[in-house]
Design a binder for this molecule. Structure first.
Ligand SMILES: [Zn+2]
Length: 57
């Protein structure tokens, strides 16, 4: 299972709604969450993965 970084739901990794950002693949429960992620991927990617290796601020 993967976690939808936008709404926090657990989603199957075979869902058609997915995006790649900085070499990682993110999965979404629906198209709306993917669109939201694509609008501002850094916001969601950082909040869902504190060990991404980038400085926080
Ligand atoms: Zn969602």
């Amino acid at each position: 299972m993967a976690r939808d970084p936008v709404c926090g739901m657990e989603v199957r990794e075979d869902v058609p709604h997915r995006s790649e950002y900085e070499g990682r693949t993110y999965y979404f429960c629906c198209r709306g969450c993917k669109v939201e992620f694509d609008r501002d991927p850094r916001r969601y990617a950082e909040s869902g993965d504190p060990d991404a290796g980038e400085s926080r601020h």
